[in-house]
Design a protein around this ligand. Structure first.
Ligand code: CTP
Ligand code: MG
Length: 225
């Protein structure tokens, strides 16, 4: 079974700010990108990584991933969805059985997640890690509360998201809408996507304070009990 993991690193990190994109920020002795890559490989199920990045950063990304089973980094697109599409089209000539789509901005993948995702693909075309919403949800209008939204059955979608390759490529080729994750494209085709447990540790670095949260989770020695 060939499983390729698409490592999405073509974003600019506008909300994170600063001069360097967040995937190149340092946590301990390695970059967020390298942590994400090693997390994808840690369960020993992924055959190879395909990094997608800005054209000007292809050499830097290859160097940062040196020593890992990695295909040559390729150029992404203007949106996350376009970056995924570019990666899927690049691998379609020698199509893998399964594909994982992972945000390079998520350096922690709890152990066992990838095995659970892949197990779900025996019965479903796609599977994602998802975390139940724990805050009370409000719908606002004009700066005041219009309604409280029942949170029962609501989840936050995380990555890596796992798919059988053929339906995911078909979903991208026929996509009529811009969506923020890949599961949504299968949903639009009427396909059923499974959920496996997500984690509060699977943080997508989005704002500057997220880097400190992730760093504290990854370096317990800095925070002795
Ligand atoms: N991504 C990508 N190609 C894009 C946009 C995003 O590969 N054109 C990747 C990012 O590098 C990131 C993941 O998709 O790993 C999730 O996106 P997000 O958290 O939104 O990252 P950015 O787009 O970089 O951040 P922002 O939206 O704040 O600019
Ligand atoms: Mg973005």
């Amino acid at each position: 079974m060939r499983i390729i993991a698409l490592l999405l690193a073509a974003g600019r990190g506008a909300r994170f700010g600063g001069d360097t994109a967040k995937q190149f920020a340092q946590i301990g002795d390695r970059t967020v990108l390298r942590h994400a890559a090693e997390a994808l490989l840690a369960e020993g199920l992924v055959t190879a990584l395909l990094p997608v990045c800005q054209p000007s950063e292809q050499a830097q990304v290859a160097a940062l991933l040196a020593g890992l089973p990695t295909l040559a980094p390729m150029a992404g697109g203007a949106t996350r969805q376009a970056s995924v599409r570019a990666g899927l089209e690049a691998m379609s000539g020698d199509a893998p059985d399964l594909v994982l789509i992972h945000d390079a901005a998520r350096p922690i993948i709890p152990g066992g997640t990838i095995a659970r995702l892949i197990a779900e693909l025996a019965d479903h075309p796609g599977a994602i890690p998802a975390q139940p919403v724990s805050d009370t949800l409000k719908r606002a209008e004009g700066g005041v509360i219009a309604a409280t939204v029942p949170r029962e059955g609501l989840f936050r979608a995380q990555t890596p998201q796992a798919f059988r390759f053929a339906p995911l490529l078909a979903a991208h080729r026929t996509a009529a809408a811009e969506v923020t994750d890949d599961a949504a494209l299968l949903e639009l085709m009427g396909l059923v996507v499974a959920l496996v447990p997500g984690s509060e540790r699977n943080i997508k670095i989005t704002h500057p304070e997220d880097l400190a949260r992730v760093t504290s989770l990854m370096t317990p020695a800095l925070f002795p009990r």
